[in-house]
Design a protein around this ligand. Structure first.
Ligand code: 8OZ
Length: 372
């Protein structure tokens, strides 16, 4: 029997209503890094997704790289998230939080005591971060600051920050967490040889470069249970100036290591994040990656993302290529995306000017079918 995008699916211990996920989306509207009532409205409006994945939530101030993103390391942040999860659950939805450490993709103005951001190696990311002027409230894109290389003895505290944030997530009412291992942030920086040039046990060989990610995933799984944990990766994406000379063997090794842990899901960004799915300079065989995971005993949901149309998503699930499909930008502009996909209804276009920063406009005011 073929499975449909609109069929229920089991995610760890959770029964999801359908196989459509809302991808994590940074929106820069959390003043003082605390989610607001408006944030709760925004997520609750989208609760018909089988799974909502929150915007990236820093596990520490050091892990923050953008203005006004909501954290998960202070009591007031946990309290703010409680409103979000309560409203999502009241609307019948399920929500994971995305645990995030940006590593070198940050700016001194966001770091504790104006310090340099941290990274596996002292190599500046060729990318920009998003800052908001505290006085004028004007947003702007600014070059990432030069990072300093982490000392090996600093790594256990970062691993523990992920575990503590995962416990906070459960306390805040989240159904689980997604570890952000993608898009050129700290975990991806350790994985890839363009950003990890360490000569200790955390760099060099593929075995060494996966070590940090494995420690974070194990610590989070130990903290809240592997069935409540997913991992997001972007093997070939150049996002935030990241590069690896041979991603296929790197990621196949990583997924073989992860397979026995019993994670709820693996979430794969195919191609360039938010951009082309095919990269002539960086070909990658995603089916082979999944096969390596399954071959090593990896179970749970295989979630795919990046530029999926309705037709592609229907086909991906019906063919067995994927168990779930995550939609990003389409969920910004279409709170009722599931219903629209079900009916083949047209989608609202997204307003790029209001993706990052601001208030209700372009956040909670996109119309549902029949309301406009
Ligand atoms: C867009 C703007 C800021 C952050 C990612 C968390 O790429 C992000 C992000 C995306 O994963």
């Amino acid at each position: 029997m073929t499975v449909s995008l609109f069929d229920p699916v089991q995610l760890g211990e959770l029964a999801l209503a359908n196989r459509i996920a809302m991808a994590p989306l940074t929106r820069n509207r959390a003043v003082n890094n605390i989610p607001s009532e408006l944030t709760a409205t925004y997520y609750a409006q989208r609760a018909s997704a089988g799974l909502l994945i929150s915007e990236g939530t820093p596990v520490s101030q050091q892990g923050q790289g953008y203005a006004d993103v909501p954290g998960l390391y202070l009591p007031a942040q946990v309290e703010g998230w409680k409103r979000v999860t309560a409203q999502v659950h009241a609307a019948g939805g399920k929500i994971f939080s995305q645990l995030w450490h940006v590593g070198r993709v940050s700016h001194t103005s966001l770091q504790p005591e104006g310090a340099a951001p941290v990274a596996p190696s002292a190599l500046t990311a060729a990318t920009k971060t998003y800052l908001i002027d505290p006085v004028t409230r004007q947003g702007s894109f600014v070059a990432a600051s030069a990072p300093r290389a982490l000392q090996a003895q600093e790594l256990p505290a970062i691993v523990e920050a992920f575990a503590a944030a995962a416990r906070n997530a459960v306390q805040a009412g989240f159904d689980g967490v997604e570890i952000h291992g993608a898009n050129g942030y700290l975990l991806d920086q350790f994985l890839k040889d363009g950003s990890n040039q360490r000569s200790d046990e955390w760099g060099g060989s593929v075995e060494n470069r996966v070590r940090f990610v494995m420690q974070v995933v194990r610590a989070v799984a130990d903290a809240i249970g592997a069935g409540k944990v997913g991992l997001r990766i972007s093997p070939a994406s150049p996002a935030n100036g990241i590069h690896d000379s041979a991603p296929q063997p790197l990621f196949e090794h990583l997924l073989r290591q992860l397979a026995p842990l019993g994670l709820a899901y693996i979430h794969v960004i195919e191609g360039a994040t938010g951009g082309p799915r095919e990269l002539p300079d960086q070909p990658f065989d995603y089916a082979a990656l999944k096969a390596a995971y399954r071959d090593a005993g990896g179970q749970g949901v295989w979630m795919v993302n990046n530029g999926y149309t309705r037709e592609m998503a229907l086909q991906a699930v019906a063919s067995g290529y994927a168990d779930m499909v995550a939609f990003g930008k389409d969920f910004i502009a279409n709170p009722d995306l599931v219903q629209r996909l079900r009916q083949g209804a047209p989608l609202n276009p997204g307003q790029r000017e209001t993706f990052y920063g601001g208030g209700a406009e372009g956040y909670t005011d996109y119309p549902t079918l029949g309301s406009s």
